[in-house]
Ligand binder design. Structure first.
Ligand code: AHM
Ligand code: MG
Length: 339
C-alpha cells in the first residue's frame, strides 16, 4: 500500500492545492494564480520547443503562411503570461522585464484581486537561436495599495522579504517548474505524454558546498580586485567553470549539484546587469528557501534591498552557503587591502 502511494503521480495542481490547505487558511486565490502560471508555462514550452522550426514557421517579425506576424519568442511569452494571468481574476496587475511600465489587468466578474505578479517571461533569450535552455522567472507580491483605488507603483516596489511566492520554469532537456511559497522548494517536471507538471524534486535542498562556479569569465579584467582574487581561488581549487548565459539554467544546476553563480558589476554595468525585481529577488527567495545564500557583491542580502525602480539592477552572488561565505571572506579581505 505504502509503495503504491509513494509512486502515485502528483500533479502541480494537486500539490498546490494541498500545500495551500496545509499552510494557510486557503481561500484558493494563490492556488488559482499559481495554476494560471502553470498553464502559461505549458504554452510557452510548446512554442520554445518549436523555435528551431523558424524556416518552416517563419522568422520573427515576418508574416507566416496564415498571414499572421510571427512574434519574437520573448514577446510571445510575455503576452501568454499576461493572458493566462487574466484567466482566474486573482492577479490585479503585472510588471514584466519586457515592459517599461506595469499593467493593470481587467477585473474578472466581481473579484477584488489581492496579488500582483512580476516576471521575466523568457530569460536568456539570446540562447534560443542556438537551441540552448532558457527560462521563465516569476514572483508574486500581495497588493499593498487601497483595494478600492487603482494599482500603484508601490505595489511593485516591495523588498524581496515581502514576496509571497517565487519560481522559475526551465525549458531544458526536460521542462521543469520550481517554486516556493516560503515553505520549502519543490520541482515539477512536465510529462509531455499527459501534458501535466508532475512532482519530481520534493523539498529541494541546495548542497552545502560545491565545486562549480558560474560567472562570465570573459569580463575578468573588468571585475574589481576582490572578485578577481575569488575567481583565481576557484581556479586554484580546480573548481569547474560552468556558465550557460541563462541564469535559470545556471541556478537550477546549482540548486541540484551545488556551486556559486556570480554577476558582479563591470564598467558596462556599474550596478550589475541582472534586474532586482525580475531576476535577483525571485532567485534569492528560492535559493534561501533551499538553504542557500544570496547577496550582492557588496555583501548586502538581496532580499533586504530597497526597490526604487521597476527595472533596477543589482549585482549577485548566490548559491551553496559555504561557497558564498567564502566569496564574502575574499571581498572582505581584498576590500580592506584596497582601502
Ligand atoms: P536577459 O534577461 O536579457 O535574457 O539577460 C539575462 C541573462 C541571464 O540569464 C544571464 O545569466 C545573463 O544575462 C548573461 O549575461 P552575459 O551575457 O553578460 O554574461
Ligand atoms: Mg532576464
Amino acid at each position: 500500500m505504502e509503495t503504491s502511494n509513494r509512486n502515485r503521480i502528483i500533479t502541480l495542481d494537486e500539490f498546490i492545492l494541498k500545500q495551500q490547505k496545509e499552510y494557510t487558511s486557503s481561500t484558493g486565490e494563490l492556488t488559482n494564480l499559481l495554476r494560471d502560471i502553470g498553464v502559461a508555462a505549458k504554452i510557452i514550452n510548446r512554442e520554445v520547443n518549436k523555435a528551431g522550426l523558424v524556416n518552416i514557421l517563419g522568422v520573427a517579425g515576418a508574416e507566416n503562411e496564415s498571414g499572421d506576424t510571427v512574434q519574437k519568442l520573448d514577446i510571445y511569452a510575455n503576452d501568454k503570461l499576461i493572458e493566462c494571468l487574466g484567466n482566474s481574476g486573482e492577479c490585479a496587475a503585472i510588471a514584466s522585464e519586457e515592459l517599461e511600465n506595469f499593467v493593470a489587468l481587467p477585473p474578472v466578474a466581481k473579484k477584488k484581486p489581492k496579488y500582483v505578479v512580476v516576471f521575466d517571461p523568457l530569460d536568456g533569450s539570446s540562447n534560443i537561436d542556438v537551441n540552448v535552455s532558457v527560462g521563465t522567472i516569476f514572483s508574486i507580491y500581495r497588493r499593498i495599495s487601497d483595494p478600492a483605488g487603482p494599482i500603484t507603483i508601490d505595489d511593485f516596489l516591495q523588498p524581496g522579504t515581502s514576496l509571497v511566492a517565487a519560481g522559475y520554469v526551465l525549458y531544458g532537456t526536460s521542462t521543469i517548474l520550481v517554486y516556493t511559497t516560503g515553505h520549502g522548494v519543490n520541482g515539477f517536471t512536465l510529462d509531455p505524454s499527459i501534458g501535466e507538471f508532475c512532482i519530481s524534486h520534493r523539498d529541494i535542498k541546495i548542497p552545502e558546498d560545491g565545486a562549480y562556479y558560474a560567472v562570465n569569465q570573459g569580463y575578468y579584467l573588468k571585475f574589481d580586485l576582490e572578485m578577481r582574487r575569488y575567481i583565481d581561488h576557484c581556479s586554484d581549487m580546480n573548481f569547474g567553470l560552468r556558465y550557460i548565459g541563462s541564469m535559470v539554467s545556471d541556478i537550477h544546476r546549482i540548486m541540484i549539484q551545488g556551486g556559486i553563480f556570480l554577476y558582479p558589476h563591470t564598467r558596462k554595468y556599474p550596478k550589475g546587469k541582472l534586474r532586482l525585481l525580475y531576476e535577483c529577488n525571485p532567485m534569492a527567495m528560492i535559493v534561501e528557501q533551499a538553504g542557500g545564500i544570496a547577496i550582492t557583491c557588496n555583501l548586502e542580502r538581496i532580499l533586504d534591498l530597497p526597490v526604487n525602480d521597476l527595472h533596477q539592477r543589482a549585482t549577485i552572488s548566490i548559491g551553496s552557503p559555504k561557497m558564498v561565505s567564502e566569496m564574502k571572506a575574499f571581498v572582505e579581505k581584498y576590500s580592506a587591502v584596497k582601502s
